[in-house]
Design a protein around this ligand. Structure first.
Ligand SMILES: [Fe+2]
Ligand SMILES: [Fe+2]
Length: 445
C-alpha cells in the first residue's frame, strides 16, 4: 500500500474543514490507544493498494489494460466516473456533518468513541476522493479547476448534498447507529463494486476504504444489538419500536442510493461497476434482512435466557409465520424489514402509497396517517418529511407530474456548472427549478 498527501493548500483546506465540522478530532487522536490499542493510529492521507488486477473486469473493454489516466477513458465514461467521485466525496463529508449533530448524545462512551473514529475515517475517505480529483487531469470532461472541485465539495451542507440520505438530519444517537448499519452498508456495496473499476486509481483506492467500512458497520450494529437486548430485559432506554421507526426512516433512502431500479447498465458497459442497480439493491435487501433477523434472535434469547440457538430460531420462525405471539413475545415486539416500496420518492416505486409491510392505501390522507404511525416523531417535524408530504400532495392534486415530484428532491444548491452525469445511476439529482428556488431556503431533502 502506498501513502500520499494532497498538495499543501488542499490538505490545509481539509484540515480547516475538520476543525469546523469535526472538532473532537484531537480528542480522538489523544485517546486512540485507550480504545484501539492494537490498531494503527489514524492518519489523514490517501492510500493506494498495490497489486490489484491490471485488466478491465467487465463491460465493453473487458480484458484490456485498466486506464491509469482520465484522458485515456472515453469522454462519456470519464464523465460518469467524475460524477461518481464527486458524489462519493459529497457523501463522505456529508455524513460527518450529520453524525456531529447527535454525537454528544450517546449514553455510552465507547459507542460514542466508535462513531468518532468512524467520522475521522469518513474524513479520510473524502480526502481519498479529493486525491482522485487532484491527481489527474479532468479537463476533458469539466471546465472546473482543481480549486473549484475542492471548494464545491467542502462547501456542501446538509441539505445540499448530492444524495438524499445525506440531507436528512439526525435526531438522536439512534440515528447514528442505524445510519452506520444501513447507509454505510450501501457505501460498502458501492465501494465493492468500484473495486473492479476500469479506472485503476479508483480500483486502488477501494481496498483500504472497505477495511474501514467494515468498522463503520460494526459501529452501528453493536449498539443496535445492545439496545435490543436491553429492551428485552425491559430496560427503559431504546425500545424496539424506536429502532423500527428509525429503520423505516433510513431504509428507503438507502435503497434509493443504488439508483433507479431500471438503470445501471451504462456503468457496467463502461467497466466502472460489475452490477446493475437492481441486482445490487436485491443483495443489499437480503443482507439487511439477515441483520434484522440477528437483532430479533438476540432479543428473543435475552428475553428467554434458557433457549439455545436452535430453540430461539424456532420461536422466531413461529412468530414470523403467523405474525402472532409465542412464549409471550409478539410480532410487534420484534423489528422487521420494511417493504422495498415503502416511503419511496425515487426509483420504480416513487410516491406509491405502499405501507411499511407492503399494504396498499386508497388515498393520500390514509397513507399519511400510516406514515405518522410508523416514522419517528422528531423526523416528522423535519424539513425533509415536510418536503415529501408537499410533493405527494401536489402529485395527487395534479399540480406536478411524477417526474417533477421525483426530481424535486433533494432540492439542490446549484453545483458549479459541472455536468452532473450518471443519470442511469442517479448519483446526481436533477434540479428543474435550479437557481434561487433550489437555494439554501427550505428545499432541503
Ligand atoms: Fe466512507
Ligand atoms: Fe463509512
Amino acid at each position: 500500500m502506498t501513502k500520499t498527501h494532497l498538495p499543501a493548500k488542499f490538505h490545509d483546506a481539509v484540515v480547516k474543514w475538520q476543525q469546523t465540522f469535526l472538532p473532537d478530532y484531537d480528542f480522538l487522536i489523544e485517546n486512540w490507544d485507550k480504545y484501539f490499542p492494537r490498531d494503527r493510529q489514524f492518519e489523514l492521507c490517501a492510500f493506494r493498494e498495490l497489486g490489484i488486477c491490471n485488466e478491465v473486469e467487465c463491460g465493453d473493454a473487458e480484458g484490456e489494460p485498466k486506464r491509469t489516466k482520465a484522458a485515456a477513458l472515453h469522454p462519456e465514461q470519464a464523465g460518469h466516473l467524475l460524477g461518481a467521485i464527486r458524489a462519493q466525496a459529497s457523501t463522505e463529508f456529508g455524513s460527518i456533518q450529520q453524525h456531529q449533530l447527535t454525537l454528544a448524545r450517546a449514553q455510552n462512551e465507547e459507542e460514542q468513541f466508535w462513531i468518532l473514529r468512524m467520522m475521522a475515517e469518513e474524513l479520510r475517505h473524502g480526502y481519498q476522493m479529493l486525491h482522485l480529483l487532484l491527481d489527474d487531469d479532468w479537463s476533458s470532461v469539466t471546465d472546473a479547476s482543481s480549486e473549484d472541485l475542492v471548494e464545491e465539495t467542502l462547501s456542501m451542507r446538509t441539505g445540499s448534498h448530492i444524495l438524499g440520505a445525506f440531507n436528512v438530519d439526525f435526531d438522536s444517537f439512534v440515528d447514528n447507529a442505524v445510519f452506520c448499519a444501513l447507509i454505510d452498508r450501501v457505501g460498502k456495496y458501492q465501494l465493492n463494486m468500484q473495486r473492479v473499476s476500469a479506472y485503476k486509481p479508483m480500483a486502488e483506492s477501494m481496498p483500504q476504504m472497505l477495511r474501514e467500512e467494515a468498522f463503520h458497520l460494526a459501529a452501528g450494529v453493536v449498539p443496535l444489538r445492545r439496545w435490543m437486548e436491553q429492551a428485552a430485559r425491559e430496560l427503559p432506554y431504546v425500545s424496539t419500536s424506536d429502532i423500527q421507526k428509525t429503520i423505516n426512516k433510513w431504509f428507503p433512502r438507502g435503497l434509493e442510493m443504488f439508483g433507479d431500479e431500471r438503470g445501471g447498465g451504462t456503468n457496467v458497459r463502461f467497466g466502472l461497476k460489475p452490477m446493475k442497480n437492481l441486482e445490487a439493491q436485491d443483495l443489499y435487501i437480503e443482507e439487511v434482512g439477515k441483520l434484522v433477523r440477528d437483532l430479533n434472535m438476540r432479543y428473543i434469547r435475552a428475553r428467554i435466557p434458557g433457549l439455545d440457538l436452535a430453540q430461539a430460531e424456532q420461536v422466531l420462525n413461529r412468530i414470523l409465520a403467523d405474525r402472532g405471539t409465542d412464549q409471550g413475545i409478539a410480532w410487534e415486539d420484534l423489528v422487521h424489514l420494511p417493504d422495498r416500496a415503502f416511503f419511496r420518492r425515487r426509483g420504480v416505486p416513487a410516491f406509491e402509497l405502499a405501507g411499511w409491510q407492503g399494504e396498499s392505501f386508497e388515498d393520500l390522507p390514509s397513507y399519511l396517517e400510516h406514515l405518522r404511525r410508523h416514522l419517528p416523531d422528531a423526523y416528522r417535524a423535519s424539513r425533509d418529511f415536510r418536503h415529501y408530504v408537499e410533493q405527494a400532495q401536489k402529485l395527487t392534486g395534479g399540480e406536478v407530474t411524477l417526474r417533477e415530484a421525483v426530481s424535486a428532491m433533494p432540492g439542490l444548491r446549484r453545483v458549479g456548472g459541472v455536468c452532473p452525469c450518471s443519470k442511469s445511476v442517479r448519483w446526481v439529482a436533477e434540479t428543474p427549478q435550479s437557481g434561487a428556488a433550489a437555494g439554501d431556503s427550505g428545499s432541503a431533502a
